[in-house]
Design a protein around this ligand. Structure first.
Ligand code: TYM
Length: 335
């Protein structure tokens, strides 16, 4: 009975390791907003994940607050969803430790993101970078999440989280809900690619290939006009042979809600000189209200503080219930 009445739960988070990008918006936040009415949603600013690579403390603090303002500006609503900062809820670190004792070294060694990041930061491959997916599993499992809305690049981490949960449940009887990744369709932004190199995903570490939610219109337009395409002239989706144009089509569709067929038809017979600025315009219009609202919210620090404080209290209560259960199962003496 209780289960029938309980809304399914959703958990997701983004690292404040750079400004929010169009990739994160299309791959994740757009779905977060859409899921708020139907599900019980918990959304986090994962600052503890961000310190797995070196951060400037003042920048990290500023970006975490800006990220909250941008979450709200995108349409996340603290009346509907729990919005909080990971380091404010110590249960994440506590469950992370326990789950680390149920995760294999070999499993973590196979994580693509670890392999990539340890190449990028070859002089600082920390234990935290290695165990990062365990903390991510703790984030999700603490809230007994059914769905995890993320971009395609996070699928492997959610799969590992499921494996850890299944293993723990197998040893101690049902403890955790097994979560499922919730990923947009490819043509709706599951994997937005870099504008400068469409074979790499759009990421904060590649400023020219990356559009930030807070970029002003002229910067967005410049980035799209410079976007790498190919030597043909036709605007057509062909991921293998035309990765740049296909990426721009995807962005256009995700920004306007049009289908690929509609977009191809709209640009039939037109060259890239028309197509690229049109994609830029669509993104400018998509982001304009978000940028303006986030700038307004940043002036109201008291409101932002009250949102993250209240969010941490609500999150902490849910998280503690799971943690108590886990402590009992593994055999810790009750406090
Ligand atoms: P992060 O901070 O790198 O990215 C945030 C979210 O944005 C998605 N994303 C993209 N989607 C499509 N195209 C892109 N170019 C693109 N770039 C980023 C990511 O898939 C992600 O959904 N480990 C996570 C953060 C995390 C988390 C969690 C997520 C920590 N704990 C628990 C879900 C649940 C990460 O590094 O995301």
């Amino acid at each position: 009975m209780e289960n029938q009445e309980r809304k399914k739960r959703v958990f997701s988070g983004i690292q404040p390791s750079g400004d929010l990008t169009l990739g994160s918006y299309m791959g994740a936040i757009k779905n977060w907003v859409a899921m708020q009415d139907e599900y019980d949603c918990v959304y986090c600013i994962v600052d503890m994940h961000a310190i797995t690579v070196r951060q400037n403390p003042a920048d990290l603090r500023r970006r975490a607050l800006e990220q909250l303002a941008q979450y709200l500006a995108c349409g996340l609503d603290p009346e509907k969803s729990i919005l909080f900062v990971q380091s404010h809820v110590p249960q994440h670190a506590e469950l992370g430790w326990i789950l680390g004792c149920y995760t294999q070294f070999g499993e973590l060694s196979r994580m693509t993101q670890f392999k990539q990041k340890s190449q990028q930061h070859a002089d600082n491959i920390t234990a935290g970078l290695f165990t990062y997916p365990v903390l991510m599993a703790a984030d999700i499992l603490l809230y007994q999440a059914d769905f995890v809305p993320v971009g395609e690049d996070q699928r492997q981490h959610v799969e590992l989280c499921r494996d850890i949960a299944q293993r723990f449940n197998g040893v101690y009887s049902d403890t955790f809900v097994l979560p499922e990744a919730f990923i947009p369709r490819v043509d709706q932004g599951a994997r937005v690619m870099s504008l400068g190199n469409p074979l790499n995903k759009m990421s904060k570490s590649d400023p020219e290939g990356c559009v930030n939610l807070m970029d002003p219109p002229e910067v967005i337009q410049r980035k799209f006009k410079r976007a790498v395409t190919d030597s043909e002239t036709s605007v057509r989706y062909d991921k293998e042979n035309k990765p740049g144009v296909s990426n721009l089509l995807t962005i256009y569709c995700a920004a306007t809600g049009k289908s690929l067929e509609e977009a191809e038809a709209a640009f039939a017979g037109q060259g890239y000189g028309v197509f690229k600025p049109a994609v830029g315009d669509a993104v400018i219009e998509l982001l304009r209200p978000i940028r303006e609202e986030a700038a307004r919210l940043m002036k109201d620090k008291a409101h932002l503080e009250s949102v993250y404080r209240e969010g941490a209290q609500r999150a902490g209560r849910v998280a503690q219930r799971t943690l108590d259960k886990v402590h009992r199962k593994v055999g810790f003496i009750a406090r």
